[in-house]
Design a protein around this ligand. Structure first.
Ligand SMILES: Nc1ncnc2c1ncn2[C@@H]1O[C@H](COP(=O)(O)OP(=O)(O)O)[C@@H](O)[C@H]1O
Ligand SMILES: [Mg+2]
Length: 367
C-alpha cells in the first residue's frame, strides 16, 4: 500500500446482531484517505457514519472487507493488536468521558502518560493545547465547573495533544457555539498543514465545510458520493469565467463540477478527429488548442481556443460526428464531461440550455 494512504477501506460491510435480529448497516464501502487530508463525512442520522468511524478506529472488529489504517490491516487482528492501533489515533467522540476528579489539564495529561515525554514538557504541551482551544483561564477547573462546550473542548485537547497521525472526530462541534466551532476546525486544519495529520470528521455543521479537502456523503450505509472540494472549487471558478456557464446558480455549478473530470493532453496531440463519434464535452483549464477543419494538406485552422473556452459540444448537441479536429497547441489541461452527463446538465436547467445554445450559435456565426 502506498505510504501516503492513511485509511483504505475496500468492500466494507457490517451488521449488528445475529440470526433473526441481524441488521446490516454498512454496505460495500470503499474509501481512500491520504496523509494530510481533512475529509468531512455527512449524511442522515442512522446512515452508518459512526459505525464506519468506530471500525476505522479499531473500536469494533471488522466483519467483511478490508480496512487498512496507518499501514495496518485491521481485518483479522486480535483485540490486543487493535488496542495498539488505537493508541496511535486521536478520538473526538461525543461521549467524552472526562475524569470528574481531575482538572482540565490533568485530564489532558492523562492521555500523555503512555507517550515518552519529559514531565515539564508534558505540562507545557497540555497547557498550550488548552490555550489554543480558548481554555487558558480554565486549566485548573474540574469538569463539573465547566460548561458542556468547555468539557467538549477539554476532550478535544486530550485527543490532539499527542499529535496523532490520524484523528477521528464524530460531530466534534455539535455542542459548541459558533466561535468555538471555528477555533476547533481551524486548529484541526492547522494540524493537517503543520503536522501532516489526517482527519476524518463527521459533521452536519455547514459552517465548517470550507476546511474540507473532500466531502464524503453516506446514505443508507453506503458512501454515495466522494467529492474533492478544492478541485470542484477550481472547476466552479473556471465555469464562472466561461460565457456559457456563468449563468449557473451555485448549486447547478457544483452539480456540474461534480460531473467533470480532469484530463491532460501534451502539445501536438490530437484530442479528437473530424468524423469521430462525439463522447465528451471539454472545457479548457490551461493551454490552447487549434480547431481544424479538413484533413492533411486541406486542413485549415478555423479557430484557436484557450483557457475558459469549451469545445466538443456540437456533436453532442446534434448527434452527428465531430465537425472538426482539435489539436493541442501547447500542453493542455481540460475538464471533461461525458455525453450523458452533458445532456443531463443541459436538460436540468432551461435557462442554461438557452444560454448555451445562444453562445454556441454566436460562435458559429462568428466563425
Ligand atoms: N450498538 C448497536 N446495536 C444495534 N444497532 C446499532 C448499534 N449502533 C448503531 N446501530 C444501528 O446502525 C445504524 C447506523 O447507525 P450509526 O452508525 O450510529 O449512524 P449515524 O452515525 O450515521 O447516525 C442505525 O440503524 C442504528 O440504529
Ligand atoms: Mg453518529
Amino acid at each position: 500500500m502506498n505510504d501516503s494512504i492513511v485509511v483504505q477501506a475496500r468492500n466494507v460491510n457490517f451488521a449488528f446482531g445475529e440470526g433473526e435480529v441481524r441488521k446490516q448497516v454498512l454496505f460495500d464501502n470503499n474509501l481512500d484517505i491520504r496523509r494530510g487530508e481533512l475529509v468531512i463525512m455527512t449524511g442522515p442520522s442512522g446512515s452508518g457514519k459512526t459505525t464506519l468511524l468506530t471500525l476505522i478506529g479499531g473500536l469494533r472488529s471488522t466483519q467483511e472487507g478490508s480496512l487498512k489504517v496507518l499501514g495496518q490491516e485491521l481485518s483479522g487482528l486480535t483485540d490486543r493488536d487493535r488496542v495498539a492501533v488505537r493508541r496511535r489515533l486521536g478520538f473526538i467522540f461525543q461521549l467524552h468521558n472526562l475524569f470528574d476528579s481531575l482538572t482540565a489539564i490533568e485530564n489532558v495529561r492523562m492521555s500523555m502518560e503512555l507517550h515518552p515525554y519529559e514531565t515539564a514538557d508534558m505540562v507545557g504541551r497540555a497547557r498550550e493545547m488548552l490555550e489554543k482551544l480558548g481554555l487558558g483561564e480554565r486549566i485548573q477547573y474540574k469538569p463539573h465547573a465547566l460548561s458542556g462546550g468547555q468539557r467538549q473542548r477539554v476532550a478535544i485537547a486530550r485527543a490532539l495533544v499527542n499529535r496523532p497521525a490520524l484523528i477521528l472526530a464524530d460531530e466534534p462541534t455539535a455542542a459548541l457555539d459558533k466561535k468555538s466551532s471555528r477555533d476547533v476546525v481551524d486548529l484541526l486544519k492547522a494540524l493537517t498543514r503543520e503536522e501532516g495529520s489526517t482527519i476524518l470528521m463527521v459533521t452536519h455543521d455547514s459552517r465548517i465545510l470550507d476546511v474540507a479537502d473532500r466531502i464524503v456523503n453516506m446514505v443508507d450505509g453506503h458512501i454515495a458520493s466522494d467529492v474533492a472540494v478544492r478541485e470542484s472549487l477550481r472547476i466552479i471558478e473556471l465555469l464562472k469565467k466561461s460565457a456559457v456557464f456563468k449563468q449557473l446558480s451555485p448549486t447547478e455549478a457544483l452539480n456540474c463540477a461534480e460531473k467533470m473530470s480532469k484530463e491532460e493532453s501534451p502539445a501536438q496531440k490530437v484530442v479528437f478527429r473530424q468524423g469521430d463519434v462525439g463522447d465528451k464535452f471539454y472545457l479548457i483549464e490551461k493551454g490552447a488548442v487549434d480547431v481544424i477543419v479538413g484533413a492533411g494538406e486541406a486542413g485549415r485552422i478555423v479557430a484557436t481556443l484557450q483557457a475558459g473556452d469549451f469545445f466538443g459540444e456540437a456533436a453532442l448537441l446534434t448527434g452527428e460526428t465531430r465537425n472538426a479536429s482539435i489539436l493541442a497547441r501547447e500542453d493542455c489541461v481540460f475538464f471533461t464531461m461525458s455525453k450523458e452527463n452533458f445532456q443531463q446538465t443541459l436538460a436540468s436547467s432551461e435557462t442554461f440550455e438557452q444560454q448555451f445554445r445562444k453562445v454556441v450559435f454566436q460562435r458559429q456565426s462568428a466563425g
